[in-house]
Design a protein around this ligand. Structure first.
Ligand code: GCV
Length: 657
């Protein structure tokens, strides 16, 4: 299948140098990737193949790469200086040269010839997690099938190299290729069965500075090792893992480590043997340590067999309750991977309290660019503004640098095993991400993880120009669409932080009570008087998991940020918000507004006919038409539900069914 070049769509530039000379004395796979990329880019942009030589002449554009081991920007940072006719790229390592080269190409593509770019990555680990299954399906995948797996085989294709180029161009340095739910033959990825193609795959990633990770099944000793237990303290189990892990690291070059989902949504874990998560993670980490390997252990642990009548158990509490008591027990090559919020990637959630709670544990922030709950890449929902808010959240953990960005970058506690990871949104669709505009989330996540101080607007602007070219109208309209998309999606779906009003299992489309009487701990508790979950000390006590002053801020209705009001409080519909509107009127108004904004996005896109490549225009138009219709469905289902529940009329007398 053919596929687009996404933001690596190097278009012909108006001005071209006569010759381009490149001085790059480095050798090895990354240096080769740099040469290859310059070849592709310069030929496409200028119609000129670069000459790799240390000398130049006056007419040529001369690009020089310097790598010195003690460079102030470190192994992954870079300094790029460009004046007309001459560019130097410096770094302390080849990965820095690679990133510097991509940054340089971005500027050149925007028609800039004199610039200085200096950047060290904010986060040591910048990772993408694929939830790809060995049969080729993708859990919560909305852009086709896997390009790593098909029919229980690992597929190694040219597309993977292009994927590696794309993600390296935004600074991603780690990829986990298989689903954290490790089912069936996926457990055998750590055996000889899949060794040969995994080695090939890892070599491709290595050439772009990306480490390969695998998700493992904690019950492997039983499932594939022929043992009758997977108890992490059992000597036979330890021997199994010692041998398997050594074999994987010794057999696969460029291997980074493992991602583990344990005791979560039915996946096996140490609880079955009366062991802790620290026991489980540390055992694996011990055997990965000699290879510099790491174990990324997920904190998404909660009771998914809850009785909906039980109002004391609170899923939001569970991550913190399960892990806080083990702070300081995890080995230094274990990282706890924590979702951005305490529930599960809703359109609005508070920041996970574990970030402010753990003081002696490595942490990584997990976000989801696969839009499971935010329109599934059929609706446009640019998530960078949300990620920005999360990163800037102050935890008040008692240190001077106390934001999420500080903690996961290692600034707060001086650690290196930390960073950001996104559940990724790619598949084998022609445009990689289902919706053409969903690629902005992939591009944006990488850019933000590399430099957490970038604004969502600036990232959007760069992505638009690299993807669609330099037309001003395209820039203005697409930028407007992207920036209004997350607020619009929030308006026409679940209100004020309450979450989960989606169709069970698929998680697409409205179903207000879809999860209300189910076992997943995701309730809104609406009745004829009001809605929301009391998570204050008088309720489930969740607010106390935050440090002060956040704990009190959330517990108090007056100070609780209103966009999260129903997450923290059960409120009457008649409660008056700071806007002067009652909650019920707010629900009606935002749903009418959100649906109108979806129409507005469609109109903005329509104005681009003839300015955007026709296939992309048509593909995206169809998605916008669908989104506008679907937003009305959301509007009407939500408004009708609350109208019938509350018996309160819309002040503006609009049609509610
Ligand atoms: C991979 C949610 C999703 C699951 C996913 C899980 C997780 O519950 O719906 O598909 O499983 O999160 O993050 O592990």
């Amino acid at each position: 299948m053919t596929y687009t070049k996404a933001w690596l769509n190097y278009e012909k530039m108006d001005d071209s140098p006569e010759r381009i000379c490149v001085a790059l004395s480095e050798t090895g796979p990354i240096a080769d990737s740099i040469r290859r990329e310059l070849q592709i880019a310069f030929e496409a942009m200028y119609g000129v193949a670069p000459i790799f030589a240390d000398q130049t002449d006056k007419e040529a554009l001369f690009v020089t790469f310097h790598c010195s081991k003690v460079h102030m920007y470190g192994e992954e940072g870079y300094l790029v200086k460009a004046v007309p006719g001459k560019i130097t790229v410096e770094s302390g390592g080849q990965r820095g040269l690679l990133y510097g080269m991509f940054a340089m190409l971005e500027r050149l593509r925007m028609g800039e010839y004199a610039f200085t770019l200096a950047q060290t990555p904010s986060n040591p680990i910048r990772m993408l997690d694929h939830w790809d299954n060995l049969d080729g399906s993708i859990e919560r995948g909305y852009s086709g099938n896997s390009f790593f797996f098909c029919n229980e085989e690992v597929t190694v294709t040219e597309r993977i190299r292009d994927y590696a180029r794309m993600i390296a161009s935004v600074g991603i340095n780690a990829v986990c290729i298989n689903n954290v739910n490790v089912r069936g033959v996926a457990a055998e990825l750590i055996t000889a069965r899949y060794r040969a193609p995994l080695v090939q795959l890892s070599r491709i990633f290595e050439a772009y500075g990306v480490k390969l990770f695998l998700s493992l099944n904690f019950a492997s000793p039983k499932r594939i090792g022929g043992l009758d237990t997977s108890d992490p303290c059992d000597e036979r189990v330890r021997a199994f893992w010692r041998e398997r892990i050594a074999d994987v690291f010794e057999g696969i070059p460029n291997f980074g480590g493992f991602v583990v989902k344990a005791d979560s949504e039915g996946e096996p874990g140490p609880f079955a043997y009366g062991r802790t998560h620290a026991d489980g993670a540390n055992m694996l980490a011990e055997f990965a340590r000699p290879y510099g390997g790491i174990v990324i252990w997920r904190c998404f642990v909660y009771n998914c067999q809850q009785d909906w009548r039980d109002t004391k158990t609170d899923r939001a509490r569970s991550g913190y309750d399960n892990f806080i008591g083990h702070d300081g027990e995890f080995a230094d090559n274990v990282i706890l991977q924590i979702k951005n919020g305490p529930m599960d990637f809703q359109v609005r959630e508070p920041v996970h309290p574990l970030f402010g709670g753990l003081k002696k544990t490595n942490m990584m922030l997990e976000v989801q660019i696969a839009q499971e709950y935010t329109g599934q890449q059929r609706h446009v929902c640019y998530l960078l503004p949300m990620f920005h808010e999360i990163l800037n959240f102050r935890t008040f953990c008692g240190q001077e640098s106390d934001t999420i960005a500080d903690i996961v970058s290692g600034r707060t506690y001086g650690n290196r095993n930390c960073g950001m990871v996104a559940v990724t949104n790619t598949g084998d669709d022609e445009n990689w991400t289902g919706h053409d505009l969903a690629a902005a989330n992939l591009y944006g996540f990488g850019r933000l993880a590399f430099n957490t101080s970038l604004s969502a607007e600036d990232i959007a602007r760069d992505w638009i120009r690299l993807t669609f070219g330099l037309n001003q109208k395209v820039l203005e309209n697409v930028q407007a669409i992207l920036m209004m998309s997350w607020p619009a999606y929030e308006k026409y779906t679940s209100p004020l932080g309450i979450g989960w009003m989606v169709t069970p299992h698929t998680h697409y489309g409205p179903d207000v009570e879809g999860y209300e009487y189910d076992r997943w701990g995701t309730y809104h508790r609406a009745d004829h008087m009001g809605i929301g979950v009391d998570r204050t000390p008088a309720g489930t006590g969740y607010t106390a998991q935050y440090n002060e002053p956040n704990a009190s801020m959330y517990a108090n209705v007056e100070t609780c940020p209103e966009e999260l009001l129903l997450f923290f409080h059960h409120m009457p519909y008649a409660h008056v918000l700071k806007t002067g509107k009652t909650i019920i009127q707010h629900i009606y108004d935002t749903h009418f507004e959100g649906a109108e904004e979806a129409e507005r996005m469609l109109a903005l896109w329509r104005e681009l006919q003839g300015l955007v490549e026709p296939a992309s225009y048509m593909r995206t138009l169809a998605r916008f038409e669908n989104q506008a219709e679907h937003a009305k469905e959301w509007r009407d289902r939500i408004n009708t539900y609350f109208h019938r529940m509350s018996w309160v009329e819309d002040e503006k007398g609009r049609k509610i069914y």
